[in-house]
Design a protein around this ligand. Structure first.
Ligand SMILES: [Zn+2]
Ligand SMILES: [Zn+2]
Ligand SMILES: [Zn+2]
Length: 470
């Protein structure tokens, strides 16, 4: 049996390319610019998805970005895998399929792919860039879908096929792209994840605070108005089902008249503890570990739009990304390493009381507009911007990028006054670079703080960011 699930539909002629001898090697050698879309036989959706996966995971944008359409005799589309394709053609009689319909629908995608590949075939093929390209070429908003098929519990069907098993999950990847300001989130849902294995499948259980048993029952409290006695319902209930107050022996007949039910209590069947306290523990279906619900990983599940920076990165790759350029000029530390350095410096200053060091924060305001305005020139501009950073700060200064437009610099052996002078020089040089060469303004916002033992870098950066946004 030589099953061949892939047909290629050519743009102008709607001619189908399909032969029993076609193999993956032939596919790679095709003139892809002539291909409008790939129609994949989806009589078995799992096979069809496998074929789609293989195409999306290839390295050439000419192929992996190409529109993929499932064709199917059935219209039962239960699995999320159906949503992984750009479209679905349902048919009763293959001869009646209008192949040109989808050719028109996906024409704008193909135009975008052509523009991209005309520009530069060699642009980088990082997973991040592939994701951005998928979104930009389709003008797509990444929509989450709840599923039991994945331990992550949520899936972004059109993006999932780009991921291999060794990549980080799609939810984490999108959160990372958001942090890099490449995507703009809007809130859809919140979910709890196991902090051992990242699974979203958790069994939440109320636990006895005394003996940690899960065998709790929830009981109603009864409050007898006349004598004010309050106890759980089992203390009142008789064998015949009637309620009699254990304190004053009266029969309770009418709720609201004789008694009310102010709340509930938990009763442990193991140790007989009765009370309103209980701990909620989540047990993971995947790894079996138990975690107190307060310690679970809580993530926002967002819908994502692409930002201007993201659109630029989709075209030109992450080489034009300012932090990447800065990285080659200066050694950028991770925020964690930066905090560590600063804490050591703070301890040193505290101990010897001989010198001062300053923390400088630099923000390039509305940098995303620069990305969009400069397009392919962004790389050149950002190289010059990086040179300014290099000229102003010293070899011994330590730098981190909080995000693509906010930077923190530990200026050792530098008073706050000297730090302000350096920051002024930086602002002026940046403004000059933009006004002289690109006929545009670039505002820079800065702040300096003396380093001491109380300094909390993350809080300072968060406050700085919030102050700028408000
Ligand atoms: Zn107990
Ligand atoms: Zn009573
Ligand atoms: Zn787990």
């Amino acid at each position: 049996m030589n099953k061949q699930p892939v047909q290629l539909i050519f743009a102008d002629t709607n001619h189908h390319y399909l032969s029993s001898k076609t193999n993956w090697h032939d596919l790679l050698a095709l003139d892809w610019e002539q291909v409008s879309y790939i129609a994949i036989d989806a009589s078995d959706i799992d096979d069809a998805y496998e074929a789609l996966l293989r195409i999306r995971q290839l390295g050439s944008a000419n192929i992996y970005l190409r529109p993929l359409i499932f064709i199917s005799r059935e219209s039962k589309e239960l699995s999320w895998k159906w949503k992984a394709a750009d479209g679905v053609i349902n048919f009763k009689n293959e001869a009646q399929i209008d192949w040109s319909f989808w050719a028109e629908q996906v024409e704008s995608y193909n135009r975008w792919i052509k523009k991209l590949t005309d520009e530069d075939e060699s642009v980088d093929g990082h997973l991040t860039v592939k994701i951005l390209r998928m979104l930009v070429s389709r003008n797509l908003i990444a929509e989450p879908l709840a599923t039991t098929d994945m331990v992550s519990g949520f899936i972004y069907p059109k993006l999932q096929p780009f991921f291999t098993l060794k990549d980080m999950g799609v939810v984490q990847m999108l959160a990372y792209l958001e942090k890099q300001q490449l995507l703009i989130p809007s809130f859809i849902d919140k979910a709890h994840f196991c902090n051992h294995c990242d699974s979203a499948f958790l069994n939440f259980k109320e636990t006895c605070p005394q003996c940690h048993s899960h065998d709790l029952e929830t009981l109603e409290l009864i409050h007898h108005f006349k004598c004010a006695h309050t106890a759980d319902i089992t203390q009142f209930k008789q064998n015949d089902g009637s309620l009699v107050c254990p304190k004053c022996d009266q029969t309770l007949t009418h709720i609201g008249v004789d008694y009310d039910k102010p709340s509930t209590v938990n009763k442990c069947r193991t140790c007989s503890y009765v009370g309103q306290d209980s701990e909620v523990v989540a047990q993971c279906y995947q790894c079996g570990k138990k975690t107190n619900s307060e310690h679970l990983e809580v993530r926002r599940i967002n819908r994502y739009n692409i930002s201007s920076i993201g659109i630029n990165a989709a075209y030109y790759g992450l080489d034009t990304y300012f932090t990447n350029i800065l990285e080659t000029e200066l050694q950028l530390l991770s925020l964690r390493e930066f905090e560590l350095f600063t804490n050591i410096e703070a301890a040193r200053i505290e101990r010897y009381k001989k010198s001062e060091s300053s923390l400088a924060i630099v923000q390039l305001i509305e940098l995303e507009k620069v990305y969009l305005a400069l397009g392919s020139k962004a790389k050149q501009v950002f190289s010059e911007l990086a040179s300014i950073f290099k000229a102003v700060f010293r070899e011994s200064d330590v730098i981190t990028a909080y995000n693509e437009s906010i930077f923190a610099v530990l200026m050792t052996e530098t008073s706050k006054d000297s730090a302000d002078i350096a920051l002024n020089r930086l602002s002026e040089s940046v403004k000059q670079l933009f006004s002289q060469n690109f006929d545009s303004l670039q505002e820079v916002s800065t702040k300096s703080i003396l380093v001491n033992a109380e300094l909390d870098i993350k809080r300072v950066l968060d406050n700085f960011l919030n102050a700028q946004e408000n």
